[in-house]
Design a protein around this ligand. Sequence first.
Ligand SMILES: [Ca+2]
Length: 154
Amino acid sequence: MKMKLKQLLAVTMITASLTAMAPSTFAATGVGDSQNEAIALIPGEFPELHLSSHDDVDWYKWTNTTGKNHLMNVSLMNHNAYSTVEYRFGVVIKYADGRQTNKQYAPPVDSQGRSKAVTNLQVPNGATVYFVVESEQFDAGVYYIPFSVTPVAK
Ligand SMILES: [Ca+2]
């Protein structure tokens, strides 16, 4: 009986660690599928994921709890030169009072539309910035989201 409990615990722990790893290793339908289910990012992280179908979307968010306004730089990139993927990369800011912007789409930074970028977007203290990866033309390839924030100098 004691052994069985240990085995059950081991299986539970493996399942828990797989679940915890999922957002950082792959994405799919069921992960970050709406703004309310946005995956929280940590500045300096490099999420590496993929969409599972043309209809899949992946939402991310960062909440500024630093006590200072910050400028955010975030890109959506696909390094596969042979990929025919085209992304839409939307950004929404929800302010501390609950009001939010409508979805703004980042412009491309390459001629193929595989990379999009938002630069020096101000995120006030207390606000949450959301970004969403959508397919214009679907491809199952991996995308990257370099993401950084810096305090606004006075
Ligand atoms: Ca998703």
